[in-house]
Design a binder for this molecule. Structure first.
Ligand code: FAD
Ligand code: NAI
Length: 463
């Protein structure tokens, strides 16, 4: 392995590994440094994030369905939870996919080392006692769990998402702090497996930043499923006792204190950029007050040093990190790397799923943009009816004059995949009429997207 590289990438998550693979494809000499103790690539996403959480969501969804809705379709099943096996199956998915990245590195001639990387100069990175010379350095070090004063995570009783993916026993009562994406996804997992779940949220609504109608409908659905919400309330501390945990809460606006007993507390109040001991000061790479690395088209203020993914601004999503990593590789290779931040989808993988792209109604109103709205409920979609999966809707927002699609917001089984159609349409600057006049196979849930697009001009034909 040489010590001289065109590109040295610090971090082997979706930002780093995709950057590395694209560099390899473009003929750049590239090294990826990853410090994870497990000596695996894939970062938060593959090891303790997207992949294990989706594996647990899928398995717990099947478990709940087999025990409840199967009988509605004439399938009488006796189901029994085998949690160790479920956890093992999740681990298998993680092991297979992380090993897959090593294979892709080999295939694309990407070097990698399992060490902690530190920037020691504008063109040098130190790792494992060795100094690597780099024409370009890409920082892709990701993020870590944000913590709360008075709540000490031990990953056994008081857990972050990482511990919540490894609980050896179904909790009696799980208290979730934060009704964001992790709280709803992992809260759903343990509720389906038998826990009572209470979600304490600082704001007076769940899923901040999402479209208001989506927030309301999702709250109704999760409540119907048995999840309890304490909205407008904050956790001020958690005390351990022999019988479990005493969670001190008070109204966000102040006053009205209330203790809630639980045996497991999940802390998921967001994540913060991870740039610990990275040597940013040594070369003068600037961050904002919260520690996010400032960039302009992925370039930091130091020539030749780039940053992508969770450690810089924008949504903390694997596909956003992936796109930025790819764009940086292309820019370094002299191509036109670009990310369209107006068309990055977001999906919450609960049942039903929640998916969104572009502007919400609230954002359009605030910006004073005149828009038209089309909406179609899954209750009127034939396939959703066959499948007994009628919760939710598709909403499409288009410019009042040009009809260009400005946003789409969906709640429903499978909408995490349906959103791709609208993302593609937005990439092509399509009008809602383009979707309305596109033939969609029948009977599929994708017809709901077409009907919502038709409804923008008021001619939805199936409701
Ligand atoms: P990371 O994936 O965090 O990777 C950074 C890597 O850098 C880490 O492996 C770290 O060990 C390494 N590193 C840090 N410092 C150093 C150093 N000094 N030297 C060497 N290596 C270093 N996003 C989605 O889009 N969809 C989902 O379904 C989804 N589910 C999630 C579920 C959970 C429970 C969590 C926690 C997150 C989820 N996310 C999801 C978010 C997603 O995981 C992140 O947005 C994504 O991993 C960010 O990629 P990244 O490459 O920027 O950073
Ligand atoms: P989040 O930002 O989605 O939600 C955090 C929630 O906690 C917010 O609703 C916030 O108002 C609330 N909160 C903050 N402080 C609080 C307090 N003291 N008391 C009560 N509530 C409080 O963060 P989350 O769920 O931790 O996820 C972290 C990141 O991981 C997100 O940015 C998300 O993008 C990413 N992720 C993405 C997934 C996906 O794409 N499906 C799945 C899981 C995580």
């Amino acid at each position: 392995m040489s010590d001289h590289y065109d590109v040295v990438i610090i971090g082997g998550g979706p930002g780093g590994y995709n950057c590395a693979i694209r560099c390899g494809q473009l003929g750049l000499k590239v090294l990826c440094i990853e410090k994870r103790a497990t000596k695996t690539l894939g970062g938060t996403c593959l090891n303790v994030g997207c992949i294990p959480s989706k594996a647990m969501l899928h398995a717990s969804e099947l478990y709940e369905e087999a025990g409840t809705s199967f009988s509605d379709m004439g399938i009488d099943a006796k189901v029994k939870l085998n949690l160790p096996k479920m956890l093992e199956s999740k681990e298998k998915a993680v092991a297979g996919l992380t090993a897959g990245i090593e294979f892709l590195f080999k295939k694309n001639k990407v070097d990698h080392v399992y060490e902690t990387g530190k920037i020691t100069g504008k063109n040098t990175v130190e790792a494992g006692g060795k100094t690597y010379a780099a024409k370009n350095i890409v920082i892709a070090t990701g993020s870590e769990v944000a913590t709360l004063p008075g709540v000490d995570i031990d990953e056994k009783q008081i857990v972050s998402s990482t511990g919540a993916l490894e609980l050896k026993k179904v909790p009696e009562h799980m208290l979730v702090i934060g009704a964001g994406v992790i709280g709803l996804e992992l809260g759903s997992v343990w509720r389906r497996l038998g826990a009572k779940v209470t979600v304490v949220e600082y704001l007076d609504h769940i899923l901040p930043g999402m479209d208001g109608e989506v927030q309301k409908q999702a709250t109704r659905i999760f409540k119907k499923q048995g999840m309890a919400f304490e909205l407008g309330r904050k956790v001020t501390g958690v005390k351990k006792s022999k019988s479990g945990l005493a969670v001190a809460t008070e109204a966000s606006a102040g006053g009205k204190a209330k203790d809630i007993d639980a045996d497991v507390v999940l802390v998921c109040i967001g994540r913060r950029p991870y740039t610990d001991k990275l040597g940013l000061d040594a070369v003068g790479v600037e961050t904002d007050k919260r520690g996010f690395i400032n960039t302009d088209h992925f370039k930091t203020n130091v020539d030749g040093i780039w940053a992508v993914g969770d450690c810089t601004h924008g949504p903390m999503l694997a596909h956003k990190a992936e796109d930025e990593g790819t764009a940086v590789a292309e820019l370094i290779a002299g191509k036109a790397g670009h990310v369209n931040y107006d068309a990055i989808p977001g999906v919450v993988y609960t049942k039903p799923e929640i998916a969104s792209v572009g502007k919400t109604e609230e954002e359009l109103k605030e910006a004073g943009i005149a828009y038209k709205k089309g909406k179609f409920p899954f209750m009127a979609n034939s396939r959703a009816r066959c499948n007994h999966e009628t919760d939710g809707f598709v909403k499409i927002l288009a410019h009042a004059e040009t009809d260009e699609i400005l946003g789409a917001h969906m709640v429903g089984v499978g909408v995490g995949d349906l959103i791709a159609e609208v993302v593609l349409a937005m990439e092509f600057k399509a009008a809602s009429e383009d979707i309305a006049r596109t033939c969609h196979a029948h009977p599929t849930i994708s017809e709901a997207v077409r009907q919502a697009a038709m409804d923008v001009e008021g001619w939805a034909m199936q409701m």
